[in-house]
Design a protein around this ligand. Structure first.
Ligand code: APR
Ligand code: ZN
Ligand code: ZN
Length: 361
């Protein structure tokens, strides 16, 4: 039986979001209905609302979520009703070239639930990143659910569904940060701070945090940064070189998504160092570099896609590390809020006041 629950809808371009009754169908083959417990507010939700991603309004927002599987459809064996899970953007196929080559984050055949959730008048909803979790319940592909230790607080678990995983994964998966490395992280919002925490976890000896806002640099220290540079009044390339005996960092992680910070990241790395790009630029942005610098500098320039994470491997591991007290994921939760407060949370996010507001259900 389809169920009626509450969900946060973005009705049209730049219109305020509102809570409406949505209809969640029973799970079909390969699908699951998840009772959401917590869902973080991410920039991407705001971009959906602003029409910056596509025009498939109305959207059912929310995608950084954890919850309990309520029911599963035919053929689902990996998760069962009662399992505590973290949701990810899309299920991977396991059979394509990317999957078989051990790079499932580039899977060519990813999928979400086939059935659609709707408004009560039958209007089909587009779930943000194939999830739609600012809702009491949501319908996903069963492969979007990863079981983790249920003793973790739901507001902490949900964060791994997006920004925090992207940042930690940029350090431990894409950047392959190792013991003794010097890491520079440019941009210390939720993603950059997670990259700092990930670098710390990986055993980096020095972690240089770069931001234009002193408040962000203060928080970065609590996440594990050993040095901070305010790039509003200091050239970060010179500052990073100075802190590394003139060489540059082994790994530089860019978590802003702008041409000037991409450029800083490029020049702040050691010869043969690695630049990891996790900040997402807009389509019109361009980067111009002298080819001789590209050639002469060696090393590598990598983009990090969802932290190059494998949810089935990384989510349970990071939750275990958190429960053991070795990774403080709780530090990313600035506040917990009600489903009706998402619009306000967007404003606070815009002002740079929060790392994460998390809706509790
Ligand atoms: N130099 C250094 N830091 C900057 C600059 C700059 N020129 N411009 C902005 N920043 C800092 C901001 O002060 C803020 O601390 O970058 C940080 C960005 O943080 P958030 O806005 O909170 O964004 P976040 O959620 O961390 O995501 C960062 O990663 O995954 C991507 O789409 C995401 O592109 C976005 C980026
Ligand atoms: Zn695949
Ligand atoms: Zn997100």
């Amino acid at each position: 039986m389809a169920q009626e629950v509450r969900g946060v809808i973005a009705p049209g371009k730049d219109e305020p979001v509102r809570v409406e009754t949505i209809v969640v169908p029973d799970p079909g083959p390969g699908e699951a209905v998840v009772q959401i417990q917590a869902c973080g507010v991410c920039h991407t939700d705001l971009h959906y609302k602003q029409g910056g991603i596509n025009d498939d309004f109305p959207f059912l927002l929310g995608h950084e979520a954890s919850g309990v599987v309520e029911s599963v459809g035919e053929g689902v064996t990996d998760v069962a009703p009662g399992d505590f899970v973290i949701l990810n953007w899309r299920a991977v196929c396991g059979n394509c070239r990317a999957c078989l080559r051990g790079r499932p984050w580039y899977c060519f055949n990813t999928h979400n639930a086939k059935q659609k959730m709707t408004l009560t008048d039958g209007t089909e909803l587009s779930p943000a990143l194939g999830i739609g979790a600012f809702a009491d319940k949501t319908l996903v592909a069963a492969g979007q659910c990863t079981k983790v230790d249920p003793s973790v607080a739901p507001q902490v678990a949900g964060l791994l569904g997006c920004g925090v995983m992207a940042g930690i994964g940029a350090a431990i998966n894409t950047g392959n940060v190792g013991r003794g490395d010097t890491v520079a992280v440019i941009g210390c919002g939720g993603v950059g701070d997670a990259a700092i925490a990930g670098s710390n976890l990986a055993g980096a000896a020095r972690i240089i945090a770069v931001d234009i806002d002193d408040r962000k640099l203060e928080t970065a220290r609590t996440m594990g940064a050993t040095h901070t540079v305010n790039s509003k009044d200091t050239d970060p390339i010179e500052a990073i070189r100075e802190l590394t005996g003139g060489f540059g960092a082994d790994v530089v992680i860019e978590a802003v998504g702008r041409p000037e910070t991409y450029k800083q990241a490029f020049y702040a790395r050691d010869l043969a160092g690695t630049v990891v790009l996790v900040g997402v630029p807009t389509p019109e942005m361009k980067l111009e570099l002298p080819l001789l610098d590209v050639f002469g500098h060696g090393g590598s320039l990598k983009s990090s896609w969802y932290g190059d994470c494998l949810p089935s491997r990384d989510f349970p591991m990071l939750i275990d590390l958190h429960l053991q007290g070795r990774l403080d994921l709780g530090a990313f939760v600035t506040e917990t809020i009600e489903l009706t407060d998402v619009e306000k949370a967007f404003e606070r996010m815009h002002q740079g006041d929060v790392l994460r507001s998390v809706v509790m259900l």
